[in-house]
Structures are given as C-alpha cells and as structure tokens.
Design a protein around this ligand. Structure first.
Ligand SMILES: [Mn+2]
Length: 343
C-alpha cells in the first residue's frame, strides 16, 4: 500500500538532521517544482533541507519560487538523508551527482511516478497512477502536517501542469483536478503557471521546429521528424528548445504516436517518443539503450546514423504495435508546395 510507504517516508524525514533532495538530469518542471516544494515544506516543519542539481535548471523554470536556492556545487557533508524525486531509474541521475551521493553514503528515499521504477531507495513511495511526482509530494506534505503556502502551491502546480501537458494526459484524474483546486486555494495561479508552460520556447526553438516540420513524415497513425546536426548547428538552439516537439507532433490529425530523432554531436541519435493513451511505448523504448519513461512519453538513444535510426525505430514500432485503421501511406512533405519546401 502506498500509504504505508508514505508514513514510513515521513517518519524517516522527521528523524533526519540534514536532508538533501535531488532529481534527474535535464530536470523538468515536475523534478524542480517537486524538489523546491518539498524543501520548503521541510523547512516549514523546522527540518534542514537543501535541493541540489548538477544540471542547469531550464530558463523557463526561473519563475518557480526559491529556484535560486538550488545548489550546484556539491552535496553538504552534513547530509544524513537523501530524497530522490521523479527519477524512474538511477541511470537518469547525472553520473557526477550519483557518485557524490553514493560516496556520502546516507540512505536514499525515492518518491516517483514512473511505472518501471526499480525501487532503488531504502524506502520507496511510488505510484504510477499519479500524473506527476508533484501529486505524490502534495500527499507527503499533507502527511507531514505542513500548511500549504502560495510558494509551495505554485511549485506543485507547475509539476502537475507541465507533466500533464496542461491537463491533457491520460493520468490526469479527478484527483489531479481536486489537487489543482486546493493548490489554487492556497494561492497558486493557474493562469501564471499555464502561461509559463505555454511560453517555454524561444523564437529560435520554433524556427528549428519549422525546419523539422517541413520534412515531417507520416505513416498511418505514426508521425516523425528529424533534427540533424546541421540544422542544430545552424541555430543557437539547445536541448531545451527541442523538448516539446514530439508532443506537438501528436496534435497532427490522426496521429497517435510520434518520434523526434535528434542527431547528437558524438554521432549517436537521441529519440523522443510520445503516444496517446492506450499505446504503451515502454516495451519499444526498452529494446534500445537507455530506454525508459512513461507509457506515453519515452526516450532512448541509438548508436547509428540518423537514417538507420529512423529505419530501425519505425520498423521496430510496426513489429510491436497493431496497425492503425487507415493503411494509406501519406508523406506530408509531398503536400508542401515546392517553392516552400526548397527554402
Ligand atoms: Mn514527472
């Protein structure tokens, strides 16, 4: 029962003298929002707590209260308890950070909502039916007996809104919406957080998306796009600017699954996959190195050329998943007027 796990976690937190919270590499709003909310709640309960991230916090998350308190220069020696948040697998932790955690040696408590979590903590509060780690941290903060303030509420609401893509994922439940209402009553602004969600990308990111979308491919209910090294190099984009394109491809009419292939500097190819409810991409992701995530949102890498990667992933996809209703193959790039597609 998750509730037994929850009370064990709370007991451990109450007995700790210095708690350090960390999350996955390339942290997102759920990772950072949940961490900041928990740290503030623990401090409200007169416990000593810090958030550490060796990775840069995306500029789009700078609106989060107390984001400036996140430490990037190592773990406090006094740490006697770690909390690992939103980490579906230890491979998603920055190697330097994980080494520092292990050499410190303090126990790790895991709070997460990824279904394939190997439970790598001494205690594990994991519920893959929750939309976000923020929902779990909300339960934890209630169990701690800490009253919500607008800062905690804003951080938790950010986790919920970003991870549910604005309340549009299957795991957005009535509980998610009830939590949202409670967070709004505590002072979080749905409008401000949703504006931050919608405003994640710079113009430069959309220019890159535009180049990728010019060559968008569709086969039945599958759509994919490619970002080559050259496209990447031609702009000043970063990983942060590519995030969101795969989810955007799901908005193409009739599309149920999407992939974005990004060619990296070292020659490997990073793949982001997104799917609508009832298509579980985890089995596909797990056939490739570093593969994992949620049913509808996975990532993995291939050590192959971009065209080989596309070929491998697409053929693997059709071998694992039933075909769609329509069998007609449509290349969207053929629909783009020549004068436009040559630009
Ligand atoms: Mn999450």
């Amino acid at each position: 029962m998750p509730n037994d796990e929850l009370s064990k976690i709370v007991q451990r937190l109450l007995l700790a003298r210095h708690i350090t919270i960390f999350t996955h590499k390339r942290p997102d709003a759920d990772a950072i929002g949940s961490s900041l909310a928990l740290a503030r709640a623990l401090r409200t309960a007169d416990l000593k707590a810090a958030v550490v991230s060796y990775d840069v916090v995306p500029s789009s998350l700078m609106f989060l209260p107390e984001v400036e308190t996140i430490e990037s220069n190592g773990i406090d020696h006094a740490t006697d308890l770690f909390v690992a948040l939103d980490i579906g697998n230890p491979t998603q932790i920055s190697p330097d950070l994980y080494e520092a955690v292990k050499s410190n040696g303090a126990p790790i408590l895991v709070v997460d909502h990824h279904g394939n979590n190997p439970k790598f903590g001494e205690e594990n509060f994991i519920d893959d039916e929750r939309s976000s780690t923020a929902e779990l941290i909300f339960s934890l903060i209630k169990e701690l007996g800490v009253t919500l303030d607008s800062e905690i509420a804003t951080c938790l609401l950010a986790g919920i809104i970003f991870d549910t893509r604005g309340f549009s994922t299957r795991d957005t439940t009535r509980k998610t919406l009830r939590d949202t209402m409670t967070l709004m009553e505590a002072g979080a602004s749905l409008f401000d957080v949703k504006r931050a969600y919608d405003g994640q990308h710079r113009a430069e990111a959309y220019r890159l998306w535009g180049r990728a979308l010019m060559a968008l491919e569709q086969d039945r209910f599958l759509a994919w796009a490619v970002i080559t090294k050259d496209m990447y190099a031609a702009s000043t984009t970063t990983h942060e600017d590519v995030t969101g394109l795969a989810a955007f491809l799901l908005t193409v009419r009739g599309v149920k699954t999407s992939f974005v292939f990004t060619e990296k500097g070292n020659g490997s190819v990073k793949v982001s996959g997104r799917a609508v409810p009832n298509i579980n991409l985890i089995p596909l992701a797990e056939t490739f190195p570093g593969g994992g995530g949620h049913e509808g949102a996975v990532g993995f890498e291939l050590d192959a050329s971009i065209s080989d990667s596309v070929e491998q992933v697409i053929s693997k996809f059709w071998s694992l998943y039933p075909e769609g209703l329509s069998s007609s193959r449509l290349r969207l790039s053929q629909l783009i007027p020549e004068s436009v597609s040559k630009r």
